[in-house]
Design a protein around this ligand. Structure first.
Ligand code: DGT
Ligand code: CA
Ligand code: ZN
Length: 579
């Protein structure tokens, strides 16, 4: 029976061909939405089609339901087959490349006979592509870069797409009466921004009860391999999850081993050898005596080797072993340190909730404050704020603040720095605000000198407190703008401007390494959700994890300050030595 992933892939391919063919945009978007809906469903669509009504699902109308049924019954969708008879399959992958699109994809196929990624790369490299009307050397160079990126990425998934599934799985397993310990290992536990698969380690009174229950979880699409203590499944959404049930006495050794990273384990083993130990998934062996220590907890493994416990986020062989030996690991920022969120949108621009509801939700999360930072006027499509609209918003915020105890809304804006390096609102508008964040949302493709001129002008502006998503990357989807991150960090340090760690799992911008470099340079960081929905406030955990992976301490982070201390800091002009 077809898994959701197959149905979703067929629909997505159909949408891609429709786009290539120039079919009505709204139909294309509808099919694409349906594909996403199917991919995200955590139950079997085939079951629903048999036992219920597919149109009960949002985004699935009768026409699309008919295509899904056709696919389930025949393994094909006639409309899709018709497209495939007219265009080479790879053309849809080609149009998806950043900077290509349907028109160019058809042009290179019609004019140059390009029908695969390799042929496209060759045509871009030997000048044929640049010679086509409407294209040019810059497009060719961008295409070569984009193809290189695609090849490097492989099929890694975003942490934010996978973690909820992993956590659900762990919770379901942990609730079984036979389960003892259940935990995520691997890159998911290290909170890496992209992951290949989910690794779960467990102990149980009856391992087979656990593996059996695991294979029949409703979210499982197909079982790849299964045995009494080990099994691998793929969810309906296409995420591979491996479960290993291990002996109680070795839980610590195995959790440590399967958490990785591989590089961390290699470095740990090398250090162990120098101390007369051999570390493996079977225990920590004293080489001289042959005595094997089995560790029920991970902490025992590190303790035996004479070092402090290393949090999973740091296990990347980037200095953590030396620091743990010296007792010099940083105290990492955690969720409990965070007192507010300084980048939150409302329905005054493209957010979906009223200010009051965003504030209430933040208060329920235990925060002391948020900053309402909607977009500014040049982002017309988001309903960006003009000076007049901003003034009205400030009145609304003042009204809500007056009626609220124990919580404060700071006034703010996410103001654009425009392509000509000027800010999108006059200084007297900005001067009325508690906290000004500047972001780039246009002119992404400018050269580095221009982008840097914009960011530098923004940071040198006395009223600008922070730079939002400083590099503009979208993981797996869009490269950063042409930025010189070292120069940004240096200017941020010199001007006392904070840099954001944007927590959306597609952004994580700054990334872990940049956050670490910024902290080392004495730059303040601010971890923000950039929430557009109430539920987005919870995305902060991805930003916190990114900061932890960057060795970031609570003192580095602006939004670990209490509301009072933050308010006092914001009353003074910004300065490099702000604390
Ligand atoms: P991923 O899945 O690519 O996102 O990254 P990981 O780190 O989850 O890698 P994965 O799933 O291949 O393996 C899980 C852990 O198992 C890994 O972090 C460390 C351990 N491991 C796997 N292969 C090796 C190896 O060859 N040597 C050592 N020392 N450890 C390994
Ligand atoms: Ca893994
Ligand atoms: Zn933004």
């Amino acid at each position: 029976m077809a898994a959701n992933r197959d149905i979703a892939a067929a629909l997505q391919l159909l949408a891609d061909f429709m786009e290539l063919d120039g079919v009505n945009k709204y139909r294309t978007i509808a099919v694409e939405k349906a594909a996403r809906r199917v991919a995200e469903a955590d139950f079997s669509l085939a079951d629903l089609a048999r036992e219920g009504d597919l149109t009960d699902l949002p985004d699935i109308g009768p026409k699309i339901a008919a295509k899904i049924t056709e696919y389930l019954d025949t393994g094909r969708i006639a409309e899709l087959e018709e497209f495939r008879s007219r265009y080479p399959d790879d053309l849809v992958a080609i149009q998806r490349i950043q900077g290509v699109g349907p028109k160019t994809a058809r042009k290179v196929w019609e004019e140059l006979g390009v029908s695969s990624m390799d042929e496209l790369e060759a045509a871009a490299a030997d000048g044929r592509l640049a010679a086509l009307p409407g294209l040019g050397p810059k497009t060719a160079a961008n295409i070569i870069k984009a193809i290189g990126r695609l090849k490097a990425r492989g099929s890694r998934l975003l942490l934010g797409e996978v973690l909820p599934v992993a956590e659900e799985c762990v919770a379901l397993l942990a609730a079984l009466p036979e389960a003892r310990e259940v935990a995520c290992a691997g890159s998911v536990r290290r909170m890496k921004e992209t992951v290949k698969d989910v690794d779960i380690i467990a102990t149980a009174s009856e391992p087979e009860a656990l593996t059996g229950a695991f294979c029949s979880l409703p979210l499982v699409g197909d079982v790849i391999a299964s045995g009494p203590t080990k099994c691998s499944v793929r969810t309906h959404a296409g995420v591979q999850i491996d479960l290993r049930v291990v002996p109680d006495g070795l839980y610590g050794n195995l959790l440590q081993h399967f958490t990785g990273s591989k590089e961390h384990n290699v470095a740990l083993r090398e250090h162990a050898i120098s101390q007369g130990f051999k570390v493996s998934e079977y225990g920590v062996e004293e080489t001289a005596s042959g005595k094997v220590h089995e560790c029920g907890s991970e902490a025992e493994v590190y303790d035996l080797l004479g070092m402090d416990y290393i949090p999973p986020e740091l296990r990347e062989d980037s200095g953590e072993i030396a620091a743990a030996l010296a007792g010099a690991l940083p105290r990492l920022v955690s969720g409990a340190d965070i007192r507010g969120d300084l980048h939150v949108h409302s329905d005054w621009s493209d957010g979906h909730a009223p200010i009051r509801e965003m504030a209430r939700a933040a208060q329920e999360l235990g925060y002391e404050y948020i900053a309402i930072s909607d977009h500014s006027q040049s982002l017309g499509m988001t309903g960006g704020l003009t000076p007049e609209k901003l003034e009205r918003q400030l009145e609304e915020v003042a009204r809500i603040n007056d009626g609220t105890e124990g919580f404060r809304i700071f006034t703010s804006i996410e103001v654009d720095v425009k392509a000509d390096a000027t800010l999108d609102l006059p200084d007297d508008s900005l001067a009325a605000l508690d906290f000004v964040t500047v972001s780039i949302h246009s002119g992404f493709t400018q050269e580095m000198s221009q982008i840097m001129e914009r960011l530098t002008a923004a940071m040198e502006h006395p009223l600008v407190r922070a730079i939002g998503h400083p590099t503009g990357r979208l993981i797996n989807r869009r490269d950063p703008y042409e930025v010189d991150i070292e120069a940004i960090i240096a200017t941020a340090a010199r001007t006392g401007t904070a840099l954001e760690v944007n927590s959306h799992f597609q952004r994580l911008d700054l990334c872990d390494l940049h956050a670490r470099a910024a902290q080392d340079a004495g730059v303040r960081l601010v971890i923000n959700s950039d929430a557009h929905h109430i539920s987005d406030l919870r995305l902060l955990k991805y930003g916190i994890a990114t900061a932890r992976r960057g060795w970031v301490r609570p003192e580095t982070i602006l939004n670990t300050l209490t509301a009072d201390r933050l308010a006092r800091l914001l009353e003074r002009p910004k300065s490099p030595t702000d604390t």
